[in-house]
Design a protein around this ligand. Structure first.
Ligand SMILES: Nc1nc2c([nH]c(=O)n2[C@H]2C[C@H](O)[C@@H](COP(=O)(O)OP(=O)(O)OP(=O)(O)O)O2)c(=O)[nH]1
Length: 157
């Protein structure tokens, strides 16, 4: 009895679809100083999210800081080297609340090397004007829509 609680809490931190893991995402811009377009990516999996558009990115791994994690994800998912620019300010400092209870921090970024390619996570990439109507015409993961608005607001400052 004495050992059980310890064991289960140690393993749950690795195996839960836990709400503590942080997600990082990128609003990839076409130009660092005068952005006109951003890139969106359409998910292939899981089934519940397949077909929805998102900010490319993923979960931060142990030992990484957020920007390192994001650069790694962009390399793995899109085969590009990226420079991370600014954090999109979120209502709470921990980041944007996602549908599954996780938090996501989103950064603007530019590609510094390579041509973005949909590899395993996505089946389509799109460049779109930084315009509210144009961007909201895509079927985003619902939790991402307020982030799109905050991005546009922040870029217009
Ligand atoms: N990458 C990304 N994930 C998002 C966005 N919006 C949103 O709700 N999510 C959710 C979907 C997933 O549940 C989670 C991110 O997980 P992921 O599957 O992209 O992470 P990962 O690449 O590290 O994959 P894995 O190791 O879990 O297989 O956050 C978004 O804009 N970008």
């Amino acid at each position: 009895m004495g050992h059980h609680p310890h064991q289960s809490s140690a393993s749950s931190s690795l195996t839960d679809s836990n709400s503590r893991r942080v997600v990082v995402g990128a609003a990839i811009l076409d130009d660092k100083h005068e952005p006109g377009q951003m890139m969106l990516a359409r998910r292939k999996a899981p089934k519940s999210l397949a077909g929805y558009w998102e900010f490319p990115g993923g979960k931060v791994e142990a030992g990484e800081d957020l920007e390192q994690a994001l650069r790694r994800e962009l390399q793995e998912e899109l085969d590009v080297e990226a420079e991370i620019l600014d954090r999109i300010e979120s209502p709470e400092p921990q980041g944007w609340l996602l549908g599954n209870g996780m938090r996501m921090q989103v950064y603007t970024a530019v590609i510094i090397s390579g041509k973005a390619t949909a590899l395993v996570e996505h089946d389509q990439l799109a460049w779109e004007q930084l315009d509210s109507t144009a961007l909201h015409a895509f079927e985003w993961i619902p939790a991402d829509r307020p982030i799109v608005d905050a991005l546009l607001e922040q870029l217009s400052r």
